[in-house]
Design a protein around this ligand. Structure first.
Ligand SMILES: Nc1ncnc2c1ncn2[C@@H]1O[C@H](COP(=O)(O)OP(=O)(O)O)[C@@H](O)[C@H]1O
Ligand SMILES: [Mg+2]
Length: 621
């Protein structure tokens, strides 16, 4: 046996070279126990001083081991030890400190945690496993090539690009991807403000459109981040900015009131000098003029300096369905598909308690009957309903009333009336562009909801107008998400594979608050929505990516129902909430863009990566 060992040990070095596995750094230390156990795996490596000086050693980097028993392992550096000869020789400082530089020429000791292994002789076809075989002293340690690292980590080759592998403080030329199927089990991104969450989400959105056929990416946009994905970044990236985006633009009564004159001014300009919108007798033309004006206002506000080159407007009767505009932003031309969005009370009222969180449980249950008793045939629009409500409230308390019929207590009546007033105040219902004329009120255009089946590509829900109104933003979001869910549900019911839908929710605590975090939110409504999207969404090929800087304010269910967690620069408390405390050291002061992804998808359970720099224009902080 001893006769065979020497050639075997010597040959290992040669094999590493022949197979091109990487540069040899040293051997597993004969002076230490190399231990591979169920809980702890630690191997100490001696690197001679010269190699150490030349090649360095970095915490967190990946190293390879070719073992005496014939395995190739990949491990991560967890510690590097340096000692002066004085320490080895137990020389104590007696009079003057030891200053002999020669004493530095000791080997460096690197402590490695082995992660995965493959048989050396079947490396090409190998699916890496956890480490099962022992590591003998004198096994050869090398710095692996990027290809070998990718292989040994078992990183998925396809899917949504998250970034590049990051180890030892450097980015490696190895892509880290999240497979499509992991997206359907949902993702949560946490990290402090400025850590790079929004950049990651936007890049993932671009990559999703690139990687998944027929994907719809629905982005909830509170800050206007996704609206910039049509514009190039400072430095060109891997992905091109999008040539086309769809924007769901909530049109409220307040917005129309604010821009009533602007719309007339722009319409007049588009008509030529001597006419005004009010002179246009053709109803279709009038609606089209309003649509074009809305698109110009949107572009002016969103892309300063940009111009609408041409716009095609689609109407159904007086309803403005969409405006497709070619936009020129400083030479960059893209297509903007603007879908004005508002709700019709008569169509949505039975569902209102499911997306407005204002109503108590009892009132929610009776909501539909209450309205039908209250308004009956007058249930045409919210204005007539509010009038009926007003007169019912004005009645004597002991007279026959709807409240009495349904045996509502005073507090329940109050809850209903207050909720209805709040709903009315949102201005989201029965919206039209109308102008008072001597002959009466003339309606030029009305607004409704799009055909949710028809949505595709990047669809941005523009929520900039609701930054100070979380419950209104949530109502819009819940309604849109429910309708998108129903569209996929219909496809499923027809026996077709639903078309893939990915929902990107930045600042997710805004829409899905933790129980008790905001008193105007009803827990049942919030949790029913999360359940629908995540639990039921999965089979309907819906994947949700949530992000927040404040997971303490985010509903527990989101944390429970996201199987992939991505943590960026964070405080220990934040990491604890997503069960990633073990990365506190790595992430406390991490650079923007550095992240740990923890997922059942990865063989090593977690992978550290750096996101790509912004691939389209980014708002910054
Ligand atoms: N991978 C990256 N490379 C370089 N800079 C980045 C990267 N990711 C983010 N940044 C920078 O960090 C800043 C904050 O990113 P952002 O995504 O807006 O943070 P968050 O949404 O977490 O508050 C951005 O202005 C961006 O320029
Ligand atoms: Mg952000």
């Amino acid at each position: 046996m001893s006769l065979e060992l020497k050639p075997r040990v010597d040959a290992l070095r040669q094999k590493v070279k022949e197979k091109g596995l990487g540069e040899v750094l040293g051997r597993v230390s004969p002076g230490e126990v190399a231990s591979v156990g169920a809980d702890e795996r630690r191997v100490v490596i001696d690197v001679d001083f010269e190699t150490y000086l030349r090649a360095g050693a970095r915490i967190g980097e990946y190293l390879g081991v070719a073992t005496i028993l014939g395995s190739v392992m990949l491990g991560r550096v967890v510690e590097v030890r340096r000692r002066h000869v004085a320490h080895i020789a137990h020389i104590q400082t007696l009079y003057a400190p030891v200053e002999d530089p020669e004493g530095l020429k000791t080997p460096a000791q690197i402590v490695l945690e082995p992660l995965t292994e493959c048989p050396m002789d079947a490396l090409d076809k190998c699916e890496p496993t956890p480490v099962y075989t022992p590591v003998d002293p004198l096994s050869v340690v090398f710095r692996p090539s990027p290809e070998l690292i990718a292989k040994m980590l078992g990183l998925p080759k396809e899917g949504i690009l998250l970034g590049k592998l990051y180890a030892g403080g450097f980015e490696l030329p190895v892509e880290v991807r999240l497979p499509e199927r992991a997206m359907y089990q949902h993702v949560l991104v946490v990290g402090t403000t400025g850590a790079g969450k929004t950049v990651l989400l936007k890049n993932m959105a671009l990559s999703t459109i690139d990687a998944v056929r027929n994907a719809t990416v629905l982005a909830l946009d509170l800050q206007g981040d996704y609206l910039l994905t049509t514009l190039p970044p400072e430095a060109p990236g891997v992905y091109q900015p999008l040539d086309e985006i769809t924007v769901l633009m909530p049109v409220t009564r307040h917005l129309i009131d604010r821009h009533r004159e602007d719309i007339q001014r722009i319409a007049a300009r588009n008509l030529g000098e001597e006419y005004s919108l009010l002179d246009v007798t053709d109803e279709r033309e009038a609606a089209e003029l309003v649509g074009r004006a809305l698109a110009e206002l949107f572009v002016e506000e969103t892309y300063p300096g940009a111009k609408v080159l041409n716009a095609e407007t689609k109407t159904e009767d007086k309803r403005l369905v969409e405006v497709v505009a070619k936009v020129d932003a400083g030479g960059r031309v893209f297509t903007l598909r603007l879908l004005p969005w508002a709700m019709r009370f008569r169509e949505v009222y039975p569902e209102i308690p499911r997306f407005f969180p204002f109503f108590s449980e009892r009132v929610s249950m009776l909501f539909r009957r209450l309205l039908e008793k209250l308004a009956g045939k007058d249930l045409r629009d919210i204005d007539t309903v509010m009038k009926r409500l007003e007169s019912e409230v004005a009645k004597d308390a002991d007279k026959d009333s709807v409240w009495k019929d349904l045996r509502l207590h005073k507090s329940q009546v109050d809850n209903f009336v207050r909720g209805m007033n709040m709903i009315y105040e949102t201005g989201l219902f029965d919206v039209s562009y109308a102008v008072a004329e001597p002959t009466g009120r003339r309606v030029f255009a009305t607004f409704g909801e799009p055909d949710y089946m028809e949505l595709g590509g990047l669809v941005v829900v523009d929520l900039r107008g609701f930054r100070e109104a979380p419950s209104v933003a949530s109502a819009v979001v819940y309604r849109v998400l429910s309708r998108v869910f129903e569209a996929r549900d219909e496809e499923l019911a027809r026996g077709a594979a639903p078309s893939p839908t990915f929902i990107f929710i930045d600042e997710a605590h805004y829409y899905f608050p933790q129980e008790g975090a905001r008193e105007d939110f009803n827990k049942e409504v919030v949790e029913a929505m999360i359940n629908k999207l995540t639990r039921l969404g999965r089979v309907r090929r819906m994947g949700v990516v949530f992000a927040t800087h404040s997971p303490a304010d985010l509903n527990d269910l989101v944390i429970q129902l996201t199987n992939t967690k991505i943590a960026m620069r964070s405080e220990p408390k934040v990491l604890e909430r997503v069960d990633m405390s073990e990365y506190a050291g790595e992430l406390a002061y991490a650079q923007s863009g550095v992240a740990v992804a923890k997922s059942f998808i990865y063989r090593t359970h977690a992978v550290t990566f750096k996101t790509l720099p912004p691939q389209t224009r980014h708002r910054g902080l």
